[in-house]
Design a protein around this ligand. Sequence first.
Ligand code: 2PG
Length: 236
Amino acid sequence: MGKLILVRHGKSFWNIENIFTGWTDIDLAPEGVDEAKIAGKLIRDENIAIDICFSSYLKRAIKTASIILETADITQIDFIKSWKLNERNYGAWQGRNKDEVRKEVGEDPFWDVRRGYSASAPALSTDDKRCPKFDPKYKKLNSADLPLTESLEDTKQRAVQYYFEAIVPELVKGKTVLVSAHGNSIRALMTQILNIPATEISKVEVQTGVLNIYDFDSTMTLKDNYRLKQKRELTI
Ligand SMILES: O=C(O)[C@@H](CO)OP(=O)(O)O
């Protein structure tokens, strides 16, 4: 039976400061490191043998996965990174305080972009230093493929495409797969897996550091889904 574990990275410094992050490569805050350790301890205690790990290109997701695997003492597995698991690109809102943007643009347009399906923040201009083409991480990619802003729909399109292309084949083989990604890329995958319509997508919230587990049979029929999380103090 294939087991998929979706985890949103532990809290980053900008999560704590309430700043739109998107593709900005912000590190885990100490609280986020602890969340990842707790998740790793849960994997270890539940004897979940992860076979393969996928992560976005962003360090908050990469470090979350690495800490989980290290804490669970899982060392000899493939670790594959894809930009298609990145957070939604929030365009010109990246780096801005969420409350300030809300006051500036108004409640409805703000929530339409932030939790609606098709709206996006204003695009980055092509000479903006925040454009992915200026970041060496993306140098092997075609710059025309790299977004200057994205709606949730755009994010879902590339994340789900990657899910079918790279992750589902592992699940079909019966593997246990860890995917470490972001609020919006995971929201996109969850709505695909649970068949949630676009109109309901805004109601799906994804908590940091929580293990969202999906068990499939060999025909990819979902047999069970549950969350593992632990609030108590870290003792390791
Ligand atoms: O800032 C972001 O990149 C995301 C996730 O933290 O924000 P939001 O939850 O508003 O989509």
